[in-house]
Design a protein around this ligand. Structure first.
Ligand code: MN3
Length: 207
């Protein structure tokens, strides 16, 4: 039996218009996210019961325990599965603005202020070569948030970071509406961020 099912998007596909169009949302969710879900289930079928039963975040941060012949598939599809679930939930209709609460403090303590964080995030995410994600993540070692980029679907968990908020810059995330204009998509995305959700992720980690 398949362990993972395609997670739901908690709003209708047209909710993020005009920043992210309904057709892109539908294909991204029902085709791409479904493919990562199927790929993860297929990869898990090749693992020991112990690894099969491990929570996905733990599995992604312990990839060295996964046999080499399946490791790449778990990294790619497992990362893709969780990244997209986080992504849908990090957005909402009429989102945007600025974070408040503990997230605001965490961002300010590292980046100085929100605008400088946003500028760094945008610049470095646009600059990703090929497919990947820009991330705001929490580092349990330093107890601070940090920005990082990750290639393809590789999770920040593989670097012992806890993902808080990620932006998918695979072409499938924006090409229908923006074609080659990745920068326009990356800038528009800030209008749909669900800061309350991102803040609650940080609060759960710190609790
Ligand atoms: Mn994607």
């Amino acid at each position: 039996m398949a362990k993972y099912e395609l997670p739901k998007v908690p709003y209708s596909y047209d909710s993020l218009e005009p920043h992210i169009d309904a057709k892109t949302m539908e294909i991204h969710h029902t085709k791409h996210h479904q493919a990562y879900t199927d790929g993860l289930n297929n990869a898990l079928a090749n693992l020991s019961p112990e690894l099969q039963n491990m929570e996905l975040p733990k599995l992604l941060s312990n990839l060295s325990q996964v046999p080499e012949n399946v490791r790449g598939a778990v990294n790619f599809h497992g990362g893709g599965y969780e990244n997209h679930a986080l992504f849908w939930n990090s957005m909402k209709s009429s989102g945007g603005g600025k974070p408040g609460g503990s997230l605001e403090e965490a961002i300010n303590s590292v980046f100085g202020n929100f605008d400088s964080f946003k500028e760094q995030f945008i610049k470095n995410t646009i600059a990703i070569q090929g497919s990947g994600w820009g991330w705001l993540a929490y580092n349990p070692q330093t107890k601070k948030v940090e920005f990082t980029t990750m290639p393809n679907q590789t999770s920040p968990r593989t670097k012992d970071l806890v993902p808080l908020m990620g932006l998918d810059v695979w072409e499938h995330a924006y090409y229908l509406k923006y074609q080659n204009r990745r920068a326009d998509y990356v800038n528009a995305w800030w209008n749909v961020i669900n800061w309350d959700e991102v803040d609650s992720r940080l609060s759960k980690i710190k609790a």
